[in-house]
Ligand binder design. Structure first.
Ligand SMILES: Cc1cc2nc3c(=O)[nH]c(=O)nc-3n(C[C@H](O)[C@H](O)[C@H](O)COP(=O)(O)O)c2cc1C
Length: 169
């Protein structure tokens, strides 16, 4: 399981997925994209999780997928995205979340399983510029804008269900 996180929410989701898979007897190595040595040959499945920042997943994740396309195509794979737009029920599925739709239009890779989770909003954690920008995005999408807001939108039941699905991947 390879992840990209900035504030830790994607990692938190990975840990719950790993736990759910462990309950099904699955052994999972969890590794940040920054630390992964690139050797995929040890694995029969790869799960990639990445969060959205200003509309995009981490470029390192995209480069990794492009660089390893052949290997990824030869094993079972899954991808999940974490973003705040997914807090809206009508944008919380892979085929309705704009970032996931755009991502798969921009990349030549089709994982076996795709999912999307709502992330975390924590204004106090963000530097000034980011806070203003996220407040603007939230205002435009009718979300909370008070600078004390700290809301975890992640649906943990959905995460655990995804963990179960991954166990049978
Ligand atoms: C600087 C910044 C930019 C963000 N941009 C977006 C965005 O464009 N769309 C969105 O839905 N969520 C956006 N988010 C929300 C994050 O995707 C969300 O907080 C997620 O939980 C972050 O996961 P991470 O902690 O694993 O990086 C942004 C968050 C920050 C701090």
């Amino acid at each position: 399981m390879i992840y990209s996180t900035v504030d830790g929410q994607t990692l938190k989701i990975c840990k719950v997925l790993k736990e759910a898979m462990a309950q099904n007897g699955q052994e999972v190595d969890l590794c940040s994209i920054d630390d992964f040595d690139g050797d995929l040959s040890r694995y029969d499945r790869i799960i990639i999780g990445a969060s959205i920042r200003y509309g995009l997943h981490n470029k390192k994740i995209i480069d990794f997928i492009n660089a390893n396309k052949e290997e990824l195509d030869s094993i079972r794979t899954a991808f999940f995205s974490v973003n705040l737009v997914a807090r809206k029920p009508e944008k919380s599925a892979p085929d309705t979340n704009p970032y996931v739709i755009k991502f798969f239009k921009s990349i030549d890779w089709k994982p076996d399983v795709v999912e999307v989770f709502a992330g975390m909003l924590d204004y106090q954690k963000y530097p000034f510029f980011d806070r203003i920008m996220i407040q603007l995005i939230m205002w435009m999408t009718k979300g909370p804008t008070n600078s004390d807001a700290k809301i975890e939108y992640t649906d943990w039941e959905k995460v655990r269900e995804f963990g179960m699905r991954l166990s049978t991947l």
